[in-house]
Design a protein around this ligand. Structure first.
Ligand code: MG
Ligand code: MG
Length: 628
């Protein structure tokens, strides 16, 4: 299968875009007219650059407002087309993509449009070129691929084909079954774009919210399944207009495009039982059984303070690494690791970010298969030399240069604590009732949000929840969760376009993306809160007003409400059950812990998030002295 990507997907100048596209392994590129017009290079220069990079221009687009024009505009559109043909010949491109007319001057009628396309086909053929017709979802007379196909069919010209674009098809919820009767060789180009389901005008939706397959909500695999029945074997091209992509790194976005295609083609293989040519068959999406450990990179001073915090949270120092300055803290099934090594990966992470989560270890069914899948998905594997007796734990680069390790019970990796650590403090009990990691919250740049969402959903067997917008005192924070169906792994991603939100301030303080909070589960939040208090751990103060409102909002008994208030516990419930949350003060203004109790509840307390964010920003303002 031949794949391509449109220059419009990426940020940067035309040369930068082309280099990124070639570096990501694409062989085809759609040149957007505006990218060419804004470049100071001639079409012939661009053609040479394209060839030198091993690329091929699959189409030049868009050609607008063509079909159904009355005279004198009709003659002028043909003159315009001839000019585009001139450029295409210099570019070394043989397909002009025509999108359906939106002009109020245009006239309807399939035969009229077909006649126009027949003539355009004749002119193209003289130059050895082709044309393709795409129905824009907001086209004035043609806005449905079935009507566009009828125009192409009646034009009945070998140089006139159909262009299918998944966004335009799904945006109008058009039925796919008519596609089956279109002969594959009459399809000139297929463009793929996904998008979240949004209730807004289609033009703005298309121009700003398109995303790569798998990043949105549209069933692109279903489209590909039906497309296969047409026998089409031309280019599959990514055409994404997205503000986040246009603000991101062109190289990383181009790699996301490849990752999205590899994932899509594998889903197609699983659905149809036939592998797509040129695409690897991937091991299954890895089933994550939970978080095995969270590792913190620190220096000598902060190591002591962090150990103090862990002890206060009821963790027990249970292990000392046999050869490194690394300690293990446990409670329930939770392992927290403090790494104060003076060299190696964790140290480098500390130098960049300060005290921080440098790695997360995930329990998976097969660590080696997970790494294999990750490598095929263009993720970045990580290896560092290991000492004698140490395990080489498979890992890939995660957010902000951190690591995601994979461990399984079926190999020696399942014995990492026994093999690499010396048990200390045997039997020492210091529990506050914490059981497992509930969720890990990562803050990232707004433009990288979709990238990390695809990273997690393509690699692991997780689903994504709908996007939520949360009100922070400094603006809006967008939040989206990738989670396993059983809740064994929940990763919450947060990003904001405002520089004043807590999420954005974190990026500044932390010098990049990373873990901002870790939520730990308890079976009895009140008992945990009391234990924390006894240990001298301060929790985030929640204002009276919250509890006054809670009293009228939910019919909790007065006694219960009093206990929540006395312990700074936030409360929520949904159709599945109840949720209780409390927060620790942040460590060095960088990260903090959340304690949660779930009684069947599936969400994350989004209604409480603004209360928490306000409380945290008040606390930060009150503690701005440099020595804190
Ligand atoms: Mg299109
Ligand atoms: Mg949380």
């Amino acid at each position: 299968m031949k794949t391509s990507i449109a220059t419009v997907c990426l940020s940067g100048g035309l040369s930068e875009k082309l280099e990124a596209i070639a570096a990501a392994g694409f062989r085809g590129v759609e040149i957007f007219e505006s990218d060419l017009l804004s470049s100071n290079r001639t079409p012939a220069d661009v053609a040479k650059e394209v060839t030198d990079l091993g690329l091929k221009v699959v189409t030049f687009q868009p050609f607008r407002d063509f079909e159904g024009m009355p005279e004198p505009q009709r003659s002028r559109t043909f003159d315009r087309a001839e000019r585009k043909f001139d450029i295409m010949q210099q570019l070394g491109c043989d397909l002009l993509m025509v999108c359906s007319n939106v002009s109020p001057d245009s006239l309807g009628g399939v035969d009229r449009a077909a006649a126009d396309f027949h003539e355009l086909g004749e002119r193209a053929k003289k130059r050895g070129l082709c044309t393709g017709f795409e129905a824009l979802a907001w086209g004035r007379h043609v806005n449905d691929y079935r009507d566009a196909w009828e125009v192409v069919r009646r034009a009945n010209h070998p140089s006139v084909g159909l262009v299918l674009d998944t966004f335009h098809i799904y945006a109008r919820k058009t039925d796919l079954s008519a596609m089956r009767s279109i002969p594959g060789d009459r399809i000139a180009l297929v463009q793929l774009a996904d998008a979240p389901w949004l209730d807004m005008d289609v033009l703005s939706w298309s121009r700003h919210y398109r995303c790569f397959p798998g990043q949105g909500d549209m069933p692109i695999v279903d489209f590909m399944t039906v497309l296969r029945e047409t026998g089409y074997d031309g280019e599959i091209s990514l055409e994404i207009f997205n503000d986040q992509f246009r603000a991101g790194s062109p190289r990383l976005v181009a790699i996301d495009g490849q990752r999205s295609l590899v994932y899509l083609m594998d889903q197609l293989r699983l659905k149809t039982g036939v592998a797509a040519k040129g695409f690897p068959a991937l091991p299954p999406r890895s089933r994550c059984q939970g978080v095995e450990f969270v590792e913190f990179a620190v220096d000598d001073t902060t190591a002591g303070e962090l150990a103090g915090l862990f002890a206060g949270l009821g963790f027990r120092n249970a292990g000392q690494h046999k050869s490194k300055a690394v300690t293990r803290w446990t409670q329930g099934a939770i392992n927290l690791v403090i790494n104060k090594e003076k060299e190696g990966f964790a140290h480098a992470h500390y130098i960049t970010h300060g005290p921080s989560v440098c790695a997360i270890g995930l329990k998976v069914d097969s660590a080696s298969q997970t790494l294999d899948r990750a490598e095929k998905l263009y993720d970045t594997p990580f290896r560092q030399s290991v000492g004698p007796g140490e395990l080489e734990i498979p890992a890939v680069r995660g957010m902000g240069g951190s690591l995601l390790y994979f461990l399984d019970a079926s190999s020696r990796l399942g014995k990492v604590w026994d093999l690499e650590f010396e048990a200390v403090n045997p039997g020492g009990e210091a529990s506050s009732g914490l059981t497992v990691v509930d969720h890990i919250s990562q803050s990232t740049y707004y433009e990288d949000m979709l990238s990390w969402l695809l990273f997690y959903t393509s690699l692991l067997d997780v689903r994504k929840t709908p996007q939520l917008d949360i009100t922070d005192p400094g603006g809006i924070v967008r939040s989206q969760v990738a989670e396993t169906t059983d809740g064994a792994l929940r990763i919450a991603l947060n990003a904001s376009q405002s520089h004043r939100t807590q999420s954005s301030r974190f990026l500044t303080e932390y010098f990049g993306s990373g873990v901002q909070h870790i939520a730990l589960q308890t079976d009895n939040i009140v008992a945990t809160a009391m234990a924390l208090k006894a240990n001298g751990i301060d929790t985030l103060a929640i204002p009276e007003n919250y509890y006054d409102d809670l009293e009228v909002r939910v019919d909790l008994p007065a006694e219960r409400l009093k206990v929540l208030k006395a312990n700074n516990i936030l409360y929520d419930r949904d159709e599945n059950g109840e949720y209780f949350q409390l927060y620790t003060r942040s460590f060095k203004d960088l990260f903090f812990f959340e304690i949660v109790e779930r009684r069947g509840y599936k969400g994350f307390g989004a209604t409480n998030a603004p209360i928490r964010l306000n409380a945290q920003s008040r606390w930060a303002e009150d503690h701005t002295a440099p020595d804190l």
